[in-house]
Design a protein around this ligand. Structure first.
Ligand SMILES: [Zn+2]
Length: 287
C-alpha cells in the first residue's frame, strides 16, 4: 500500500455499479439478496487449447462476457467463473493432450459446481444460472444442478430454481448465416473456429494472434470413440475447423443478439409455473 489515504467509499459517481458479485462487499451482496428475486450467473469454462491463435482462457472469457451482459440486462450478478472444465474431447475440443489444457475429473467438476450452488442457496439466492462456456461440461452441470436441488430440498428449500445453458444455443439463424456466410457448420467442430475467434476479436483483440490464424479443412472423425484417443484425425494445430472467416464485427453481432435472447429466456424460465419434482420424490427425499 502506498501513502495515499482511502478515498470516499463507493463506486466513482457516474459509473455503472459492478455486476461482479466478488466486487461487492458482504453487506452490498446481502442487500442484493434481501431485495428479492436476485439472479446469480455462474460461468463455467475451461482452460483449454484453442488453436495457435487463441488463448487458453477462451472458454472463460466468452461466457463471462455473455454473463456480464445478461446480468446488466436483468439486474443480476455474476459469480466468479470456474476456470477449469471437464476433459477436452477430441471431437469437440481437440483432446486433453495439448499442452496447457488443464482439466478436471467429472466428479471434481460436479462437486465444485454443486458446492457453489449450495453456497449461493445458503445465502438466500433462489435463481441460479449455470452458464456453460465449454461443451464438455454440459452433463456434469446437469448432475451438479440435480444434486444441489436434492441437497436443498433436504434442507427444506423448495423454491430454488437452476437454469443451465450453453450460450451458443441462443445464436439465431440470421446471426448464424452472417457468421458462416451461409456455409455449413457443426457446433462440435466450432472449436477455435469462426464463432469463438470472432467473439474474441471483438472482446479481446489483444489476445488473438492474428498472424497465426489457421485455415484448415474441418476435422473428420469416426462415429465412435476409442480410448486412449487416436490422435490422427485431430488437426495438429488444435482448430477443428477453419477460423479464417472470423471477424470482430461478427463477434459483436453474436453478443448483441445472444445477450437479450438469454435475458428473455431467463425471464421465462424463472417465472414459469410448475413444481418440477414429483410429490412422491420430495416425500422420499425428506424422509
Ligand atoms: Zn472453446
Amino acid at each position: 500500500m502506498g501513502g495515499d489515504h482511502i478515498a470516499a467509499s463507493g463506486p466513482t459517481p457516474g459509473t455503472e455499479p459492478s455486476v461482479r458479485l466478488a466486487d461487492l462487499t458482504w453487506q452490498e451482496f446481502a442487500a442484493c439478496v434481501a431485495a428479492g428475486s436476485l439472479t446469480v450467473i455462474l460461468p463455467v469454462g475451461a482452460t483449454e487449447q484453442h488453436g495457435p491463435h487463441l488463448p487458453l482462457s477462451t472458454d472463460v472469457v466468452l461466457p463471462v462476457a455473455v454473463a456480464e451482459g445478461v446480468a446488466r440486462a436483468i439486474g443480476g450478478l455474476v459469480a466468479p467463473a470456474i476456470p477449469y472444465g471437464y476433459k477436452s474431447q477430441p471431437k469437440s475440443g481437440g483432446g486433453n493432450h495439448f499442452p496447457g489444457t488443464l482439466s478436471l475429473d467429472g466428479a471434481t467438476l460436479v462437486a465444485v459446481v454443486r458446492d457453489v450452488v449450495n453456497e449461493l442457496a445458503r445465502h438466500g439466492v433462489r435463481r441460479i444460472v449455470l452458464l456453460d462456456g465449454h461443451m464438455e461440461n454440459q452433463w456434469f452441470l446437469t448432475e451438479a444442478a440435480d444434486l444441489a436441488q436434492r441437497d436443498q430440498r433436504r434442507e427444506g428449500v423448495r423454491d430454488l430454481r437452476i437454469v443451465k445453458l450453453g450460450y451458443w444455443s441462443f445464436i439465431d439463424p440470421a446471426t448464424l448465416a452472417s457468421l458462416f456466410e451461409g456455409g455449413p457448420f457443426t457446433w462440435e467442430l466450432e472449436h477455435a473456429a469462426v464463432m469463438e475467434t470472432s467473439v474474441m476479436l471483438h472482446l479481446r483483440p489483444d489476445l488473438v494472434r492474428t498472424d497465426r490464424v489457421p485455415d484448415n479443412p474441418p476435422a473428420a472423425f469416426p462415429h465412435y470413440d476409442v480410448y486412449p484417443f487416436d490422435t490422427r484425425p485431430i488437426p495438429p494445430d488444435g482448430a477443428l475447423s477453419s477460423p479464417a472467416r472470423a471477424a470482430a464485427a461478427k463477434g459483436a453481432r453474436v453478443l448483441d443478439q445472444v445477450v437479450p435472447a438469454i435475458a428473455a429466456a431467463l425471464a421465462e424460465a424463472f417465472n414459469s409455473p410448475g413444481d418440477l419434482v414429483s410429490k412422491e420424490r420430495q416425500a422420499e427425499e425428506t424422509r
